[in-house]
Write a protein that binds this ligand. Structure first.
Ligand SMILES: [Zn+2]
Length: 310
C-alpha cells in the first residue's frame, strides 16, 4: 500500500515536472523561432501596433518598437517580481502619441498582485534609442527612473568596483545579477535573470552589427560574460536589436523593413566563439564577422555620433 502511494506520488511528480519542463521548453523554443513584426515596405499605410508585446509568461514580457516608427526598433524588457518590477530601457522617443510606452506598460502591469508594485526604470546603457522614453514616466511617482549616463545607476545597483564586480538585485523572489559590460558604451550593463536563466545583453551582444568604442574594455566585458555563463546556467542571450537576416546579411542602416529576420536569440556558444576571436585580437581593434553578428571598431564619424547620442 505504502509502495503504491509512493509510486503514485512519484508518477504525479514526474507528470508535474514533465508539464513544467514541456512548458519552458516550448516557450524557449517559441522565442527562438518567434517572428517579430519587422516593419513594412509601405510604412505610410502600415497598421501594425506601435509596440509589439510578447508575454513570455505573466512575469516577463518582451516589447519591440515598430520599425516603421523607429528604424532601430529596440527591444524593451519587463521583469516582474513579488516586490517590484524592472522596466529595462525605454526606447526611442518621449512622444507618447507616437510610441505609447507608458500606456503599454500600464496595461501590462494592471494585473492582480502586481498593480500596486513600484517600477524601477533602468537602462542597458545610455544611448538615445534606449533612454528617450524616460520622459513618459516622469510625472508618475510609481516609476523610479534611474538617471542614465551618470554615477546614479552604479550606486543604485551597488557596483562599487566598476567594471570588475557584479552585484545582485532582488525584485522579490526574482534575483537579478547586474554585470558591467563597458565597450559599446562606457556604462553598459547586462542583466541575468535567475528565474528564466536569461542573460539580457543590451547592445553589447545582439544579432546585428555591433560597433565598439573601447575595444579592450569590450574584450574584457565579453570575457566577464563568458566566465559568468560558465558558472551560472544560461538558457539564452537576448539583446536589444535585430539587424541581420536569417542568411547572415546585415540590413542597411536606417531601413524600415527587414524581411527574413534572424532570431533575436543568441546562445552561450555564440558568446564563447566571440570571446575566442576577441582574445586573438590581443586588444587591437579589428572587424570580426561571426555567423550571427559582426563586431566592429567604431569609425571616427560614429565616435562623434556616439558622443552626441550619449
Ligand atoms: Zn541600441
Amino acid at each position: 500500500m505504502k509502495a503504491k502511494r509512493v509510486g503514485y506520488y512519484f508518477s504525479s511528480l514526474v507528470l508535474v515536472l514533465g508539464l513544467v519542463t514541456t512548458k519552458f521548453c516550448y516557450a524557449d523554443d517559441l522565442l527562438q523561432n518567434y517572428g517579430w513584426i519587422h516593419g513594412s515596405e509601405k510604412c505610410k499605410t502600415n497598421t501594425d501596433p506601435a509596440i509589439e508585446v510578447l508575454e513570455y509568461n505573466p512575469s516577463i514580457y518582451i516589447l519591440r518598437e515598430n520599425k516603421c516608427l523607429s528604424y532601430e526598433a529596440p527591444f524593451i524588457y519587463v521583469l516582474i517580481g513579488e516586490q517590484s518590477i524592472l522596466l529595462l530601457d525605454t526606447g526611442t522617443t518621449s512622444d507618447a502619441a507616437k510610441i505609447p510606452l507608458y500606456n503599454t506598460i500600464q496595461k501590462i502591469i494592471d494585473q492582480p498582485k502586481v498593480a500596486e508594485l513600484p517600477v524601477i526604470v533602468a537602462h542597458t546603457h545610455g544611448h538615445l534609442d534606449h533612454i528617450s522614453g524616460d520622459e513618459q514616466f516622469a510625472s508618475d511617482s510609481r516609476f523610479h527612473v534611474i538617471t542614465p549616463n551618470n554615477e546614479e545607476f552604479k550606486n543604485y545597483f551597488n557596483l562599487s568596483n566598476w567594471p570588475n564586480e557584479t552585484s545582485t538585485f532582488n525584485l522579490g523572489n526574482r534575483e537579478l545579477t547586474i554585470i558591467p559590460t563597458p565597450g559599446h558604451h562606457k556604462e553598459s550593463i547586462a542583466i541575468y535573470d535567475k528565474n528564466t536563466q536569461w542573460l539580457l545583453t543590451g547592445d553589447t551582444l545582439y544579432p546585428g552589427k555591433i560597433y565598439i568604442k573601447d575595444w579592450q574594455a569590450y574584450s574584457n566585458s565579453i570575457q566577464r560574460l563568458a566566465n559568468f555563463t560558465q558558472q551560472n546556467p544560461t538558457s539564452l542571450l537576448l539583446g536589444s536589436h535585430i539587424e541581420i537576416s536569417k542568411n547572415g546579411k546585415i540590413y542597411k542602416l536606417g531601413n524600415h523593413h527587414q524581411p527574413n529576420e534572424a532570431s533575436l536569440v543568441l546562445t552561450t556558444k555564440d558568446l564563447q566563439n566571440l570571446n575566442k576571436q576577441l582574445k586573438q585580437t590581443k586588444g587591437k581593434p579589428k572587424k570580426l564577422e561571426l555567423e550571427k553578428f559582426t563586431v566592429a571598431p567604431i569609425s571616427a564619424l560614429q565616435r562623434l555620433l556616439s558622443n552626441i547620442l550619449s
